[in-house]
Design a protein around this ligand. Structure first.
Ligand SMILES: [Zn+2]
Length: 430
């Protein structure tokens, strides 16, 4: 169903015609910027109580039938929408349906319905549950798992608590996963753990002793846990981005598309935070790669950091490697067992955002950034649309999620293999 309405900008007085495609939500908050003056306009549609307007007032009667001289926006929370003139019948839904197939449209609808009905209503209890886990408040953790998420904590063993935690995360975060990606990442980390434990039993213990002993693994897991609720909170602008999972056309030829809940500034820090976590997670990838290839987590391929000028930047240890800049990390991991996601780690964008070298055009939703560090001279700008940026955010989150499976696998290894062997070793010593 579509609603047509007209609003008048409070700042400049110019009218905008809006065609709003309704999604299956009680409350639908839209935001766009006035094409004349750039001021933000918010429209909140509630099924039960009609519309609420900020930054503009509704024009009654509306200017229907719309002409093509007045400012016009298509709005829909569930799909990316085109910029441009009003065309009768070319609604966001019809456009979306043409871009992907019927089966994919159904799958997209299923994920969004799950988000609306199952995931987002649990944001508060989910955030709390992650905090309980972090702080080791086991009795309320256990209660919340079963009461709010229908997940049983089988025993007080650490592996059973971890299993419950990750089951809850999988349930709540399901709509943000690329279909099949979670299972694949979990399987890869399990099989890699097996391989490295069988082939290098002593060396993997030395690796684990280091990352458990200095709390690297625990801190990294906690950082990941902080991100999940933030992604869930970003649900509104991510809805149309999830659509792009099925839109091959967009992947190959990213045309400017609008997100109907515009807010770039709010997500810059989130992108930076997740990128930093992924950068730390690469330390685990490198350690395991060194174990698999050379039987020691500190053993980087000799000469891999050799420059043409003869300098050798090869990290001397994993500890050294953790200080390597994000963009250079993958270059030191030879023939990695872990294949990074496309767009899962964009160092240039991260740098630009971390150093506040971005300009944002709210009307056209275009971000201009200056990827190279050039001091005062902001030459060579690059551009991406807000929807492309949000897609990077989603992909970077997914990379973090994939590598969170590795963290989970390492903790299981500690609990189920290394800790289990400990009493026997201690007994043998005495
Ligand atoms: Zn205006």
């Amino acid at each position: 169903m579509n609603i047509n309405l007209s609003v008048e900008c409070e700042t400049c007085g110019d009218p905008t015609n809006c065609r709003i495609g309704m999604s299956n939500r009680e409350e639908q908050p839209f935001r766009f910027c006035c094409q004349t003056c750039g001021s933000p306009i918010d429209i909140i549609i509630r099924e039960s109580r009609g519309g609420e307007f900020h930054g503009a007032k509704q024009l009654l009667p509306d200017l229907y039938p719309f002409d093509d001289k007045t400012n016009f926006v298509d709005l829909h929370l569930d799909f990316p929408v085109a910029f441009g003139k009003y065309v009768v019948g070319k609604t966001p839904f019809m456009e979306a349906a043409q871009r992907i197939g019927y089966e994919e449209l159904k799958l997209h609808g299923f994920r969004l319905a799950y988000l609306t009905e199952e995931a987002t209503p649990k944001l508060r209890v989910f955030t709390l549950l992650l905090k309980l886990f972090r702080n080791g408040k086991w009795a309320p953790f256990k209660t919340s798992c079963s009461r709010n998420f229908d997940v049983d904590v089988k025993s007080d063993a650490p592996q059973d608590r971890a299993a419950a935690l990750y089951k809850v995360i999988s349930k709540v975060m399901m709509p943000f996963a690329f279909p099949g990606q979670d299972a694949e990442a979990s399987h890869l980390s399990t099989s890699t753990m097996h391989q490295v434990t069988n082939e290098h039993p002593a060396a993997i213990r030395a690796f684990m002793a280091e990352i458990i002993g200095n709390d690297f693994l625990r801190n990294l897991q906690n950082s990941c846990l902080d991100i999940y609720p933030k992604i869930l909170e970003a649900e509104l602008p991510l809805r149309p981005v999830l659509f792009l999972d099925f839109d091959v056309q967009f992947a190959n030829n990213p045309i400017p598309l609008r997100i109907s809940n515009e807010a770039f500034e709010s997500y810059k820090d989130l992108y930076k935070d997740i990128s930093e976590i992924v950068s730390r997670q690469f330390v685990l990838v490198a350690g395991i790669n060194n174990l698999l290839k050379r039987g020691g987590h500190n053993a980087f391929e000799p000469g891999i950091g050799q420059t043409k000028g003869g300098k050798d930047f090869t990290p001397k240890s994993l500890h050294d490697f953790s200080d390597v800049a994000f963009g250079k990390k993958l270059g030191f991991i030879d023939d990695s067992w872990f294949e990074p996601l496309e767009d899962g780690a964009d160092n240039q964008l991260r740098n630009a955002i971390a150093h506040v070298k971005t300009d944002y055009d709210e009307v056209n939703q275009v971000i201009t950034y200056y990827p190279r560090l050039e001091g005062m001279n902001q030459a060579k700008p690059e551009q991406m649309t807000f929807i492309q940026f949000m897609r990077r955010l989603l992909q970077t989150y997914r990379e973090m999620r994939r590598l969170n499976h590795l963290i989970k696998g390492l903790f299981y290894l500690q609990y189920l293999v290394i800790d289990r062997d400990k009493p026997a070793t201690d007994a043998a010593k005495s």
